[in-house]
Ligand binder design. Structure first.
Ligand code: ZN
Length: 401
């Protein structure tokens, strides 16, 4: 008997071993800032560009109120039964899609309201100051894009801001799609309105929401135990509804909806899916290429708030290592195969070759930006002479405070 597809392995639900900190002084905020300052300002190895690429993960958005997977309060730790939906399951199973969209419907208002935090803004500052040349993220919350539009992030695992048709690949924005879900599911919309009014969804913290009987998960969904998921309805792709795509064997396809416009299981296509890469789904080649180019275009790699448990992300760090790029990892808890990234370091290196620290990104990165700004002021000038050297000097006022 073959195993059902949902036994496909979720990578590394268990925790990785605690890390060794490099240099050892990077075990405090001050020490970690100094080590990363050294990392960013030391010359890169011969033949490599002088800039840094960032590779980020779910931990970066925890300070925005989103759950992560493997962090101290991550979904895999506090919700042992959590299992993300698999691509094959979504594509082949109408009931699984009802359940997915019901939970996503409840989770969206919280996600839509959440904002980038100090960590994302510091990445924007690092790019503005010329230290960061590119960003690859595994996050689907679009916070990088919101924080630094001029240095767009390669979204390795897609994004929740859109839905995509699995037949014609057309994308639709999530917000009007949410309105469609509300129209097709008035009872659910009522429940959601009540949950919002009661404040159950308003809490900034995933732990508190959990305490109120609502579990929120990193891919933006909400779990309400015993909810009648089978009653949920979702719309068909409007393009495929007017022009049904042919079936895979080339014969004529059908897309059918009920009187209100909800997709019917007699259809052969027109299924809408969030524009995220689900487990078991492959990443499109253009995205892979853009991620590779981001690594190839830099001389150092800064890994932020990810355990690199997914191969698509781990592969990029390995690529950086193989190119001889210094690597810095800022993550609470262990990282997949991290010894590989930190072998053969010169004894006594202060951060130029590698940094490994466990300080929260929303604390560490803004402090690092301040330090890089301070040290890159023209030498021999203190704040006061800078003020007199620049008419007005308003730009520098906040640096002096
Ligand atoms: Zn379509």
């Amino acid at each position: 008997m073959t195993k059902p597809y949902y036994y496909a392995r979720i990578p590394y639900k268990e925790l990785f071993a605690s890390p060794s900190i490099f240099p050892p002084s990077a075990n405090t905020l001050e020490g970690a800032v100094a080590a990363l300052h050294e990392f960013f300002t030391s010359p890169t190895p011969r033949g490599l560009p002088a800039s840094t690429a960032v590779l980020s993960g779910a931990g970066l958005s925890v300070a925005s109120g989103l759950a992560d997977y493997r962090g101290p309060n991550g979904t895999y730790r506090v919700n042992k039964s959590f299992r993300p939906i698999f691509y094959q399951e979504f594509i082949s199973n109408h009931e699984a899609r009802k359940r997915y969209w019901a939970r996503s419907f409840l989770g969206w208002p919280t996600l839509e309201k959440a904002k980038p935090n100090a960590g994302h803004i510091a990445v924007a500052d690092l790019a503005r100051l010329g230290f960061v040349s590119g960003v690859v993220t595994q996050n689907v919350d679009s916070f990088h894009t919101k924080a630094h539009l001029s240095t767009p992030a390669v979204e390795l695992h897609g994004y929740l801001r859109s839905v995509v048709c699995t037949s014609c690949r057309n994308e639709l924005p999530r917000t009007p799609f949410q309105e469609e879900l509300a129209r097709l599911n008035p009872r659910w919309a009522e429940f959601l309105a009540e949950a919002i009014a009661s404040g159950a969804l308003q809490s900034e913290s995933p732990q508190e929401r959990r305490a109120r009987g609502i579990r929120s998960n990193p891919d933006g969904d909400i779990d309400v135990p015993d909810a009648p998921y089978t009653t949920f309805r979702y719309p068909a792709c409007p393009t495929c509804l007017s022009h049904p795509p042919p079936r895979p064997d080339g014969s004529e396809g059908v897309v059918e909806v009920d009187d209100d416009g909800a997709w019917q299981p007699t259809s052969s296509g027109g299924i809408l899916k969030p524009a995220v890469i689900m487990f078991g789904e492959s990443i499109n080649n253009q995205v892979k290429l853009a991620a590779d180019e981001t690594i190839d275009g830099a001389g150092r790699l800064l890994v932020l708030a990810t355990s690199l448990a997914t191969y698509s992300a781990w592969r990029l760090a390995k690529k950086a290592k193989d190119r001889g790029m210094p690597i810095a990892i800022v993550n609470m808890g262990g990282v997949r195969g991290e010894d590989t990234f930190f072998k053969d370091l010169s004894p006594g290196q202060k951060g130029a070759e590698a940094v490994r620290t466990e300080i929260l990104t929303e604390q560490l990165l803004p402090a690092l930006v301040k330090e890089l700004e301070r040290s890159s002021r023209p030498s021999g000038m203190d704040g006061a002479s800078l003020l007199s050297a620049h008419n007005g000097g308003a730009v520098f006022k906040d640096m002096l405070s």
